[in-house]
Each structure stands twice: as structure tokens, then as C-alpha cells.
Design a binder for this molecule. Structure first.
Ligand code: C2E
Ligand code: MG
Ligand code: MG
Ligand code: MG
Length: 287
């Protein structure tokens, strides 16, 4: 009896394995053709300087428009790309596209300090990130100071030394390093002093619960204070409400990102937003 149950569950397991590998296989080929057919595009979300209200940078957020499935969220396809070993290829595409756009915008007189790019932990550990970045900068004749690379804490867990040497190479190019989703990983705070990090991005799960939920305001206050004490720039992600902005302003947090200021936008919408922003800032009374 128990043998039978065992065999049945094995068969079930086998069937789901097959379905799963089929799914992987079809995803793999869809992914590869998506890269070839230009089904990926970048959207851009501006980051606002809290003090002067100007736009300091934009973050590139990858979008996949599948002809059959429609828009697929990066939260879905990034983990898949990592699993399939395709993330480096995808990241390289993003880095090149971002540099191309930044160079083009600068040429058009758009004043942005930086363009921020999300890079997967896996990519960092293949030891080619700095090389890819250097090549993209060179190809588009862009100074490294125009780029910010966003990494999550998970990037440093498996091999701190390796991560450090890659980050140093990026720093040598003039590129800034941001720690994304800060506060959600399992990392030790000592990373902040061991690695050449320039920017902390406070995860939306903290900022979105400010000021109501007990403890969150305190955590955000502490992160901002710590970042400043360590001479890091600090960005609050996921700011959706005016009260949250007021709270962050009162903490003298440097930058803000979120739906309150602007959602991630397609290139043409982003450029329109930028022009509008410049115009309304010019019209605003001096203070
Ligand atoms: P992330 O880098 O932390 O990006 C912030 C995410 O929060 C984005 O989701 C953005 O659309 C969303 N967001 C921004 N403001 C608000 C807000 O006020 N409220 C709420 N609820 N959400 C807000 P998205 O675009 O779905 O990206 C999810 C994650 O996928 C990113 O998190 C990043 O880790 C990853 N990702 C995106 N693009 C790339 C990429 O080009 N390469 C890699 N490796 N990862 C990427
Ligand atoms: Mg990010
Ligand atoms: Mg984040
Ligand atoms: Mg994230």
C-alpha cells in the first residue's frame, strides 16, 4: 500500500517535473526571441531632490512586452532569467540601452546627474560587470559619473571579496554604487563600511507604512540618520503620500522616489514629464 502511494506520488512528481521543464524550455526560447525581437524596453522613474525639488536622476526599470502575454513584470521575469542563466545578457542589454539614452538626452540638453541601473547579484559574481559598464561608457562617450549601479544586499552575501573587487573597478570608472531595497536583506550593517557604497535606497516596505504603522517611522528615522553619519546619500523609495513626503523632508532625507512624484514612464512620457517639470519650476516663484 505504502509502496503504491510512493509510486503514485513519484508519478505525480514526474508529471509536474515534465510540465515544469517544458515551461522552462518554452520560457527560455521566448526569452531569447524577446531579446532578438526587441520586446524589452526601459521605463524611467525620476528621483526628486527633496531640498530643491529638482529631478536629480532617473531609474531604469525593465519592461517585457510579450505579443501574447502582454506586459510581464520584472518581478516575474528577473528571477526566471536568473534561474535560466540569462540575466547577464539581459543586464548587458539594459546597461547599453541606458548609456545610449543618457548620452542622447545629454546631447539634447537634458540636465540629469545620473541614470540608475539595476544589476542582478548573479551578474556581479561573474566578474564582468565593470568591463560591460566600461565598454558601454566608451561606446556612448559617457563619463562614468553619469551612472549609478543599484545592487541588493544579496549581492554581497556569497562572496564579499569578489563583490568588493568588482565594486572598486566600478568606482575607478567614476560610477556610483547604490544599495537597493535597504533593510529587507539579511546582510550585516558592516557591509556599509567594507564596501564602497555611495547611496542607500530605503525599501518601500518601510516608507509606505510611514507614519501610521508603529515602528516604521522610527526605522526610517534611524536609517536616514545612519546614512548621513556614514556620509551616504539616502533615497526613500515607494513614496505615495504627501504625509510621507513631509515626514521625509523633516528628516532632511536627500531624495525621494515614488508614485507621488512620478510613476515609471515610457521614454516619450518621461521626456514630456521632464519638460513640464522644468517649465513649472521656472514659473514657480523664487523662495
Ligand atoms: P526596484 O529596483 O526596487 O524598483 C522599484 C520598484 O517599485 C519598481 O517596480 C517600481 O515600478 C516600483 N515603484 C516605484 N514607486 C512606487 C510607489 O510609489 N509605490 C509602489 N507600490 N511601487 C513603486 P518594478 O518596475 O516592477 O521592478 C521590480 C524590481 O525588478 C525592481 O525593484 C528591480 O529589483 C527589478 N528590476 C527592474 N528592472 C531591472 C533591470 O533592468 N535589471 C535587473 N537586474 N532588475 C530589474
Ligand atoms: Mg532599483
Ligand atoms: Mg528597491
Ligand atoms: Mg528590488
Amino acid at each position: 500500500r505504502s509502496k503504491e502511494v510512493g509510486r503514485n506520488s513519484f508519478q505525480l512528481y514526474k508529471a509536474s517535473m515534465n510540465a515544469r521543464s517544458l515551461e522552462r524550455l518554452s520560457m527560455l526560447s521566448r526569452f531569447q526571441s524577446a531579446l532578438e525581437c526587441n520586446e524589452f524596453e526601459l521605463h524611467y522613474q525620476p528621483v526628486q531632490c527633496l531640498n530643491e525639488e529638482h529631478i536629480s536622476s532617473v531609474e531604469c526599470l525593465l519592461r517585457w512586452q510579450d505579443p501574447n502575454l502582454g506586459m510581464i513584470s520584472p518581478a516575474q521575469f528577473i528571477p526566471l532569467a536568473e534561474e535560466l542563466g540569462l540575466i547577464t545578457k539581459l543586464d548587458q542589454w539594459v546597461i547599453n540601452r541606458a548609456c545610449e539614452k543618457m548620452a542622447f538626452w545629454r546631447h539634447q540638453g537634458i540636465q540629469l546627474q545620473r541614470i540608475a541601473i539595476n544589476v542582478s547579484a548573479q551578474h556581479l559574481h561573474q566578474g564582468e560587470l565593470a568591463l560591460t559598464v566600461a565598454n558601454a561608457l566608451e561606446r556612448h562617450q559617457l563619463p562614468g559619473s553619469c551612472l549609478e549601479i543599484e545592487l541588493t544586499e544579496s549581492s554581497f552575501i556569497s562572496n564579499l571579496h569578489e563583490a568588493k573587487s568588482e565594486l572598486k573597478k566600478l568606482k575607478a570608472l567614476g560610477v556610483s554604487i547604490a544599495l537597493d531595497d535597504f533593510g529587507t536583506g539579511y546582510s550585516a550593517l558592516s557591509y556599509l563600511t567594507k564596501l564602497p557604497i555611495d547611496v542607500l535606497k530605503i525599501d518601500a516596505s518601510f516608507t509606505s507604512k510611514v507614519p501610521d504603522e508603529y515602528g516604521n517611522s522610527e526605522i526610517v528615522t534611524a536609517i536616514v540618520a545612519m546614512a548621513k553619519a556614514l556620509k551616504l546619500k539616502v533615497v526613500a523609495e515607494g513614496v505615495e503620500k504627501q504625509v510621507q513626503k513631509e515626514f521625509l523632508k523633516q528628516l532632511d532625507c536627500h531624495y525621494l522616489q515614488g508614485y507621488l512624484f512620478c510613476r515609471p514612464l515610457s521614454e516619450s512620457h518621461w521626456l514630456r514629464f521632464y519638460q513640464e517639470h522644468i517649465r513649472s519650476n521656472l514659473e514657480a516663484p523664487m523662495h
